[in-house]
Design a protein around this ligand. Sequence first.
Ligand SMILES: [Fe+2]
Length: 438
Amino acid sequence: MTQQIKKSSRELSRRTVLVSALAALVLSIIMNGYFYSLEGARGLYVWHPILALRILLFMGLGPISFAIVALPLEKLAKKLAMRVMRWLSFIGSILVGLTSIVVLAFLIIVPRLGSLEPARLNLINPSQGIVAQPAQAKAAFSVGGTKDSATQSPEAEAAPEALSPLDRPLLRLSFSSDSHWGADTSNATARTEILQGIAASKPDAFFMLGDTVETGNSVTQWNFALSDLEALIPNVPLRLLLGNHDALFGGQYLYRKAFYPKGFSSDSGSPYYWSINTGPATIVAVDLPWGTEMFGARQKAWLEKTLAAADPRRPLIVLSHSYFYASGYDDPGFGTPWYDHYQNIPALVPLFEKYGVDLVISGHNHYQELLSHNGVTYAIVGSMGGIPDPEPSHQSPYSTWIEVGGYGWLDVDVLPGRLALTFRSETGESRQSATIRY
Ligand SMILES: [Fe+2]
C-alpha cells in the first residue's frame, strides 16, 4: 500500500498532464489575445521582434506538445520516456500558466498604478474642432530675444492691419513630435524651449504627433509631460496622437485618461483617428503608431470616406505618428527599415494622391525633413526632444531638405490659396520654409 502511494506520487496521470497543458494553453491565448488587442502591440512584434515576445507568443504550445508526444510512449514496455515527457509537460504547464498570469496582470495593473495629476490644458476635442482666432498678423514670434526675420517683418509687427488679405493667415497651426518625456536621452532643454516658442507664437492649434513619453505604461512619465505642458502651454489648443512609445504595454489607458477624457468624441468613434473640419482646412489624423498594424478595414473605410468628402477648396492635411516617405537608416538591432515606409506607402499613399491631400505631417523618425511626391508634400517633425536619429544611410528619392541632429517644430499657416510651412529650430529660428498651393 505504502509503495503504491509512493509510486502514484511519482506518476502523473494522462488526464492530469493533458488538462494542465490545455489550461496553460488557454491562459497563454488569453494573455496574448489581450496583449495583441492593445494599441501598438502588433507593431511592436513586427518592428521589434525580441526573443521575449516570441517566447510569450508560442510558449503555450510547449506543454501540449510534450503531452501529445507522451501518448504513443504509453505503449512502450519501459515507461521512463513517457514519464519524462509527462513531467516536462506538467512543469511547462505550471511555468506557462504562471507567466501568462503575471504578464496579464502586468499589462492590466501597471498603467493603473498611481494616479495621473490633473492638469489644466486647453485640449482639442476632435468633435468640437478648432476655433480660428480673429484675423491677425503673421506669427509674432519671439523667445529669449530671438526674432524670426523670415516670418516677422517690421511692417507686420508695427501695423498688422496693413497686411494684404492674401498674407493674413486664416489659420495658424504648429506641429512637433517625439518629445519622449521620461527618456534619459531626451533633451529637456530643447523640449522646454519648443514649448515656450509655441506659447509665444499662440497658434490656433498645436499638434503633438506621438511618442510624448518614452514608456506608455508609466504614469510617472505622463505626469512629467502633463506638468510641463500645464506650466508652459496651458492655453494653447492642444491635440496629441498616440505614438508607438506612448502605446507600450497598455499605455493607451493613460493616453486616453490624460488627453481624451470623458465627454470627448470624434467623427470616427475612435480616440486614435479622427477628422477636424476647422473651416479654413480639413485635418485628418490616422492611427499608425508603428505601421499599418492598426489600420484595419474599419479605419481604411472611414479614411476613404473622409478624404472623399473633404471640401476640395480647402487644404487637406493628414497627420500620423509613423511616416510615409522619409530618409532614414536600418535598425541596428533588427534590420527593420526606418525610411520610405514599406507598409504605410502602399496602404495609404494611393488614397492621398487620389483624393488630393496637400500635406502629410508625421513623426516617428527623429529628424526634420521635407519631401514631395506626386503632388503631395510630406513633412517629418520628430524633433521635439527625443534623441536625434543617426545620419541617414538611406536618402529618400523624394527628400528635398533634411535637418539631422537638431530639434524644433513646424509652423503651417493656412493662407488663401496656399500653405506656408516654416521649419523652426528649438529657439524659433526659421530653418527652412516652403509654400504649397491648394
Ligand atoms: Fe520617437
